[in-house]
Write a protein that binds this ligand. Structure first.
Ligand SMILES: Cc1cc2nc3c(=O)[nH]c(=O)nc-3n(C[C@H](O)[C@H](O)[C@H](O)COP(=O)(O)OP(=O)(O)OC[C@H]3O[C@@H](n4cnc5c(N)ncnc54)[C@H](O)[C@@H]3O)c2cc1C
Length: 377
């Protein structure tokens, strides 16, 4: 750990990318702290399950000594593809051969697994970073609650809407024109029993006339789903009150799904709150800034936010953690800056590929005749 010897590393953000990096660095004895805005480790993380791929997400967990634990905590799931009337078009079953390909894990369970691998007090909760400053050859990290910390190097891992990435790049996040409405239904066995049984532990995907639906009935006791469609003109600037109005969102969904089977409409009627997300991307615009005052770089969504249509976001973030940790541990580099530059050069290539795959899928999903069958090899 030559480059990190006697150095204090700060990671901003305890998402999957930041925590995996903390684990990989700590394994080699580095002094690492992670600063996270969530109040504590129990804070519920919004969103569906994640699946880690071989060659990227799983590779990082393997190096972190956590792959077997991931297999234990995650759920291998088949897929049912249906038409809008609920008639099955295609089914993919889980088999003993494919069960470790990409099992699904709940976001809080993944966080807990990573937290348990870190020494205690690595993550400092309730620390929303509000800005950075340089003083005496050290970073000063400011937090919204008025406290501050120092560090020799900073890794920004605080997600796609990071406001502190400007030390590294001035590129701005762009909207990509798609809307995702997420819904959660707790206790689906009782709230939507027919639909839950119909899924039979499979993820369900259906598309019709520009509206797509992806459902996971087994997200740690909750059924979570996403409705995906091209963002209509009227939704370019929805009033905040509309985006938070459950009845308004439900009415929009019921209208869009008017010719779908009632069991899909039952999902919307059984949902108590919705989360509306316009899809966004941070275009990768290499190289990043050369005039950084002290060592700082970006990983995960903070580096390469992309819409989730190729299932690559978290996997790319974990690959960043793996590659950056290797650069920092390797004695090939004579400074933190050259190690960061080497990581960034490598990351730009695979992250651009992932963004292109996501954009290609996004364009296909907007076609009126789109069917998920196009995505299944
Ligand atoms: C609807 C949807 C579905 C998705 N599905 C998939 C999928 O199937 N497969 C996939 O690979 N990816 C998927 N993704 C993308 C995936 O969620 C992200 O790529 C992944 O979570 C990025 O991890 P991260 O650690 O970089 O950032 P995040 O998970 O965003 O974590 C960032 C952390 O930083 C914290 N933070 C934010 N600001 C601050 C601050 N100022 N100070 C301190 N802490 C802060 C946050 O609270 C959070 O804990 C999906 C995304 C969405 C929106």
């Amino acid at each position: 750990m030559t480059l990190l010897k006697n150095k204090k590393t700060a990671i901003i953000g305890a998402g999957p990318a930041g925590l995996t990096l903390a684990r990989l660095l700590q394994q080699t004895g580095a002094d690492v702290s992670v600063y996270e805005r969530d109040k504590n480790s129990q804070t519920r993380i919004q969103g569906g399950t994640l699946d880690l791929h071989k060659g990227s997400g799983q590779e990082a967990l393997k190096k972190a000594g956590l792959l077997e634990k991931y297999y234990l905590m995650a759920l291998p799931m088949g897929i049912i593809m249906t038409d809008e009337k609920g008639s099955p078009l295609f089914t993919k079953q889980t088999t003993s051969e494919n069960r470790y390909d990409n099992p699904e894990i709940n976001r809080n369970i993944l966080r807990t697994m990573l937290l348990e691998s870190l020494s205690c007090d690595t993550v400092v909760w309730d620390r929303k970073c509000s800005g950075l400053e340089v003083s005496d050859q050290q970073w000063i990290i400011h937090f919204e609650n008025g406290t501050q910390e120092i560090a020799d190097l900073i890794i920004v891992a605080n997600g796609g809407m990071s406001s502190i990435r400007s030390y590294v790049t001035d590129t701005q996040v762009e909207e990509t024109g798609t809307m995702i409405i997420q819904g959660d239904i707790p206790n689906p066995k009782f709230s939507v029993p027919k639909f839950y049984q119909y899924c039979d532990k499979h993820r369900l995907m259906a598309a019709h006339q520009g509206n797509s639906l992806v459902v996971n009935p087994n997200n740690n006791g909750t059924l979570s789903y996403g409705v995906i469609f091209e963002r209509p003109q009227i939704w370019q600037n929805p009033r905040v009150s509309d985006a938070q109005d459950v009845n308004f969102i439900r009415a929009v969904l019921l209208e869009r799904f008017f010719d779908w089977d009632d069991q899909f409409k039952e999902l919307f009627n059984s949902t108590l709150s919705f989360h509306c997300l316009p899809t966004r991307k941070l275009p990768l615009d290499p190289p990043w800034k050369n005039n950084r005052p002290l060592p700082i770089t970006l990983i995960g969504d903070a580096a390469h936010l992309m819409p989730p249509f190729a299932g690559q976001g978290v996997n790319t973030g974990l690959l960043d953690a793996l590659i950056l940790s290797e650069k920092l541990m390797h004695d090939t580099y004579d400074s933190l800056d050259t190690a960061f530059k080497a990581y960034e050069a490598e990351m730009f290539i695979y992250a651009q590929e992932a963004q292109q795959a996501s954009s290609k899928n996004e364009i296909e999903m907007r076609q009126l005749d789109f069917s998920f069958k196009q995505f299944i090899q």
